[in-house]
Design a protein around this ligand. Structure first.
Ligand code: UT7
Length: 323
């Protein structure tokens, strides 16, 4: 059977680092509050010339280099983002053009912080359905453009960045020993809209709007939703938490990550945490964490890796991959 095998990973971050202490003159907060409540120590903020398209392109080029491939080898680009360069065309198409690709097809996926998990699942279905052989899956965001910089309850949490990976069709035996995407589970529930949304858009206000979040409410739902969807993925694959080599969760809050790992019985040393380095980068957070853990040698071919994300909508999901 066809499996979607990871061939390479890459990431890109803006030039400017903003430390927690840099907020101290802007809003009533402290490095201590941010670090204790979230685990975040710094985030990257895009300059005017750094956009979702330019960061996504840089991450894509890094993933292609890591895979030993060129844009000519790619059939499809799926970009997970909630901060496109323009309302349309899709930023994925702009990245396609920036990569010099005149063949294949490209589109954006919008599932906020779960975007990358949705994009991976979609790319896997295109590959297993035979509609694409090699797919660039990118998560790229410039959430700094959506932030209300006077709202301390949100502006300290988010940052900008991009991560990408190349998925390629490979042969599998249909067992969990196969390399590639082994199982995935997606969910959404629009009744939670008001807990995390942007108060603008082309069809309502005609403006871009600002991110609004009831953080405590999101927190309350996060662990239960994350563990439900992961348990569904475990059931699909016929595995338990003990079989995992790495857990790469959405990097929003270290306390949510710790509580989810504990509830699932995943040992601390198997959890990849990078939220301290780049804050919550929404759809870019999982591929950023992945590419950091691949680059530093933690994730190796053959490892069983679980991805998870949860965000606005609410949307949530998990993907299990044999690296
Ligand atoms: O990507 C997926 C979506 N996002 C998330 O996963 C975020 C989920 N939520 C969270 O991570 C946490 O709820 C937060 C980090 C947002 C907040 O942590 P919390 O422990 O839930 O704090 P809280 O909202 O209960 O607020 C505690 C206090 C409040 O003051 P009072 O009402 O107790 O006087 C807030 O006003 O902390 C205050 N506060 C701050 N204080 C200093 C809120 N933001 C800040 C701040 N600095 N930046």
């Amino acid at each position: 059977m066809i499996r979607s095998v990871v061939r390479g990973t890459g990431s890109a971050l803006p030039r400017r680092i903003m430390k927690n202490a840099d907020f101290e003159g802007m809003v009533e907060t402290s490095d201590e509050w941010i670090a204790q409540r979230t685990g975040i120590r710094q985030r990257y903020i895009a300059a005017d010339d750094e956009t979702t398209a330019s960061l996504g392109e840089a991450a894509a080029r890094a993933a292609l280099k890591n895979a030993g491939l060129t844009p000519d080898d790619i059939d499809l680009i799926v970009l997970a983002t909630s901060t496109p360069n323009n309302t349309f065309p899709a930023t994925a198409v702009e990245i396609q053009q920036r990569l010099g690709m005149r063949h294949g097809f490209a589109f954006d996926m919008q599932a906020v912080c779960s975007g990358f998990v949705y994009a991976m699942t979609t790319a896997d279905l295109y590959i297993r359905g035979g509609a694409a052989r090699r797919v660039l899956v990118i998560g790229s965001e410039t959430f700094s453009r959506l932030l209300d910089w006077t709202d301390r309850s949100t502006c300290v949490l988010f940052g900008d960045g991009a991560g990408a990976l190349v998925l390629e069709a490979g042969e599998g035996q249909g067992t969990i020993a196969d390399r590639g995407v082994l199982a995935s589970s997606l969910r959404s529930d629009g009744s939670h809209r008001e807990k995390l949304y942007v108060d603008g858009g082309p069809s309502t206000t005609g403006t871009v709007g600002h991110l609004r979040m009831e953080g405590r409410e999101v927190f309350k739902h996060a662990v239960g939703m994350i563990t439900d969807v992961i348990e569904a993925t475990f059931t699909q694959a016929g595995i338990t938490a003990d079989d995992l080599d790495w857990f790469v969760p959405h990097q929003a809050n270290k306390r949510i990550i710790d509580a989810s790992a504990k509830k699932l019985g995943i040992a601390d040393e198997k959890v990849v945490v990078t939220v301290d380095l780049h804050g919550n980068t929404s759809a870019a957070s999982v591929p950023l964490a992945l590419s950091i853990a691949v680059a530093d040698g933690r994730i190796k071919p053959g490892d069983l890796v679980l991805l998870e994300a949860m965000g606005g909508g609410f949307t949530w999901g998990a993907v299990l991959i044999r690296w």
